[in-house]
Design a protein around this ligand. Structure first.
Ligand code: NAD
Ligand code: DAU
Length: 339
């Protein structure tokens, strides 16, 4: 089987490539990635030494590049991780999100139509459902929850999902979509909550918590997400959406305090800063469908996953330190300077 993994030099994509190499060592993997600020070939170092992994630098919205790739590598499955993924950046520059997340998905779908594939899998997000109230812990996102987006990021991801479903209905393209809650684990870019807090705490720097830190996210260890995507793209029903999450809800403040405890650092590092505009209150996934149809269940508890993640960041300092020493320094000053 030839598998085209777009965005494979990013956080989840790189973890997914390692998962594939372990689980399906005979499959061939072609990674297409534009190597934006979030893409990092260091994350794929081990994978790129394998004979069945090929890396192609290119933009999913570049039709010629995508078509050439289809002609040269004849993928059976296309799994699309490539995206602009950070909500805060989408508030600064929405246009780029529309270009990559919507137009890029459309170019990939056209490639699938033109050259034929057995499955196009879109890696979606629970953010397309909007948010849930903090005081209604009985409510969860199901696949029937209406799309109700808050940020330019989530609006672009929702548009991409709708296009994917339109290609299924109109052109019979064999598609599937998964919508996952917040991931954490190795190779997570240090602009996102968990790696940001770990890397800053390791430097004894202040930890910028938005608002009162009451917002709730449903955290899933990245390897469990990779296992779920693998199941859906190989065995999930065509034309279907599957929610992925592990009932692991935590307020941001709880997460930050857990990290501080794990690192033996003082709570005085916590600094409350101006809230994110349009900040979603609570995400919580109901994963009944993927459990019932495909037998998926997460294997890593939050307590175990956060310990592993903190250990990984301690043992792989050079991976994130080189990011912090680069262009990221300007990003942090710009985003947090006046907050
Ligand atoms: P990431 O930002 O870490 O990685 C994105 C990757 O896509 C990078 O390697 C980047 O270089 C590449 N990329 C960006 N634009 C591209 C383009 N035009 N062409 C080719 N490559 C391009 O993101 P992530 O956190 O790994 O998320 C991967 C996917 O999973 C995204 O679609 C995201 O919406 C979705 N998702 C993420 C989470 C999460 O918690 N991180 C949860 C649910 C869904
Ligand atoms: O739910 C899935 C989504 O999870 C994915 O689709 C996105 O790609 C991914 O980035 C993530 O989105 P969030 O906005 O939830 O993740 P982020 O790590 O940016 O923020 C998590 C929470 O922490 C959120 O409530 C905002 C808060 N936060 C974040 C940052 C960066 C802070 O309090 N301080 C910060 O500095």
């Amino acid at each position: 089987m030839n598998i085209l993994v777009t965005g494979g030099a990013g956080f989840i994509g790189s973890n997914f490539i390692y998962y594939q190499l372990e689980k399906h060592p005979k499959d061939k993997i072609i990674c297409l990635d534009a190597l934006t600020y979030a893409g990092n070939l260091d994350s794929l170092k081990r994978a790129l030494s394998e004979p069945n992994v090929t890396f192609v630098k290119g933009d999913i919205a570049d039709r010629q590049c995508v078509n050439t790739l289809f002609e040269n590598h004849k993928p059976d499955i296309v799994v699309n991780f490539a995206a602009e993924s950070h909500v805060d950046r989408s508030i600064e520059n929405p246009q780029l999100f529309l270009q990559t997340n919507i137009m890029g998905t459309q170019v990939l779908l056209d490639g699938c139509r033109k050259y034929g594939i057995t499955r196009f899998h879109q890696v979606g997000t629970d953010e397309v459902y909007g948010d849930l109230p903090l005081d209604r812990t009985d409510l969860f996102f199901t696949e029937q929850t209406p799309i109700h987006t808050s940020s330019p990021y989530s609006a672009s991801k929702a548009a991409a999902d709708l296009l994917v479903l339109a290609y299924y209905r109109t052109f019979k393209t064999p598609v599937s979509i998964s919508r996952c809650s917040n991931n954490y684990g190795p190779y997570h870019f240090p602009e996102k909550l968990i790696p940001l807090m770990i890397s800053r705490a390791l430097h004894d720097q202040s930890l910028p918590v938005y608002g009162k830190g009451e917002n709730v996210r449903d955290w899933l260890y990245v390897k469990d997400h990779c296992a779920a995507i693998d199941l859906v793209m190989r065995h999930g029903r065509v034309g279907e959406v599957y929610n992925i999450g592990g009932h692991n809800e935590r307020s941001n403040l709880e997460v930050v305090k857990t990290i501080l405890k794990e690192l033996d650092k003082p709570q005085s590092l916590i600094t409350y800063v101006t809230d994110r505009p349009g900040h979603d209150l609570r995400y919580a996934i109901d994963p009944t469908k993927i459990h019932d149809e495909l037998g998926w269940l997460p294997e890593t508890s939050f307590d175990e996953g956060i310990k592993k993640t903190v250990r990984w960041y301690k043992e792989n300092r050079s991976w994130w330190q080189s990011i912090l020493d680069g262009e990221y320094r300007n990003y942090y000053d710009k985003m947090y300077g006046d907050r």
